[in-house]
Design a protein around this ligand. Structure first.
Ligand code: SAM
Length: 242
C-alpha cells in the first residue's frame, strides 16, 4: 500500500506538471480551451451543479435562495465552472485544488466576472488534511464534480471525505460525482501507483454501494444517487451532515 504523500506527489505531477499544457487545461476544464471553447458546454457544468444543489435543498426541505448566501467548498474546481454557476449564492467559495495553475485560472476567471471577493483558493500541498486549519468558517455546501476519479486510490478519496466531515456545518450538504466500478475494465481503479500517469482519467472508482457506505463511514447521511450514466460510469451522490 502507498502512503498518501507519494500518491499525492504522483497526482501533482499530472495536474500541475503535465508536459502537454493544452491537454492539462482541457482536462482541468479551463474556459475557452480545448472542448471548452464552446462556452455553452463550459457553462453547462455549473448549471448542472446548480440544479443538483437546488434538488438537495428541496430534499431537505429548504430552498436555494440568492438572498441567503452560503459558504461553499469545492474539491478540484479546475477552471471554475462550478464557481461561476454558484457565484450568486456564495458569500464565500473555497476552491481546494492540487494545482496552483488551476487555482490561479479559477481566480482569474471569477475576478474577471466581478466576484473576486467570494473566492478563496486553497492548495493541497502534500495530503488532503492540509486543508484543515485553512478555513475560518464551516461549510454549508460541499461540491466535487469529475474529481474523485482522478484520486490516486480509494483510500485517498476516503481521506478527503474524512476531512470534509470535519469542516462541514451541522446542516451542511454535499454533492459528489464519481465514476462507479461495475466490473467494466475501463473504469476499474488502478492497481499500482506507477500506472497513475497513464490512467489518471479513470484512476479511481467505487462500486455504487461501496461509495454509499463510505459516506456513512465518513459520518454523513447519504440521501440519494442520481444521474447514473452507463456510457461513462458516472453517478452523483447527495448527502448531508448528521
Ligand atoms: C476534470 S477537472 C474538474 C474541474 C471541475 N470540478 C469541473 O467539474 O469543471 C479535475 C480537477 O481536479 C483537480 N485534482 C485532481 N487531483 C486532485 C487532488 N488530489 N486534490 C485536489 N484536486 C485535484 C485537478 O487539478 C482539476 O482541477
Amino acid at each position: 500500500m502507498n502512503d498518501l504523500f507519494s500518491e499525492h506527489s504522483e497526482a501533482k505531477n499530472v495536474w500541475e506538471g503535465y508536459d502537454d499544457e493544452d491537454y492539462r487545461r482541457d482536462q482541468s476544464h479551463w474556459r475557452g480551451y480545448g472542448r471548452w471553447k464552446n462556452d455553452n458546454a463550459w457553462q453547462a457544468i455549473g448549471k448542472s451543479t446548480k440544479k443538483n444543489i437546488e434538488l438537495i435543498y428541496c430534499y431537505i426541505g429548504k430552498r436555494l435562495n440568492e438572498s441567503e448566501k452560503l459558504c461553499f467548498l469545492e474539491w478540484g474546481p479546475g477552471g471554475g465552472a462550478n464557481i461561476f454557476g454558484m457565484r450568486d449564492y456564495a458569500y464565500r467559495y473555497y476552491g481546494v485544488d492540487i494545482s496552483e495553475k488551476n487555482l490561479s485560472e479559477a481566480n482569474r476567471m471569477i475576478s474577471e466576472e466581478g466576484y473576486a471577493e467570494i473566492f478563496k483558493p486553497i492548495r493541497v500541498l502534500s495530503q488532503p488534511s492540509d486543508v484543515l486549519g485553512e478555513l475560518d468558517v464551516k461549510i454549508d455546501v460541499f461540491v466535487s464534480t469529475a474529481v474523485f476519479q482522478h484520486f490516486p486510490s480509494k483510500a485517498y478519496g476516503a481521506e478527503v471525505l474524512k476531512v470534509v466531515s470535519k469542516i462541514m456545518a451541522p446542516n451542511g450538504v454535499g454533492v459528489v460525482q464519481i465514476r462507479f466500478d461495475n466490473g467494466n475494465p475501463k473504469f476499474k481503479p488502478i492497481e499500482a501507483l506507477s500506472s497513475y500517469k497513464k490512467k489518471h482519467i479513470t484512476a479511481n472508482s467505487y462500486a455504487i454501494e461501496e461509495f454509499w457506505d463510505l459516506l456513512k463511514l465518513s459520518g454523513f447521511i447519504p440521501l440519494c444517487i442520481s444521474n447514473i450514466r452507463s456510457e461513462n460510469n458516472y453517478a452523483t451522490y447527495f448527502f448531508k451532515n448528521k
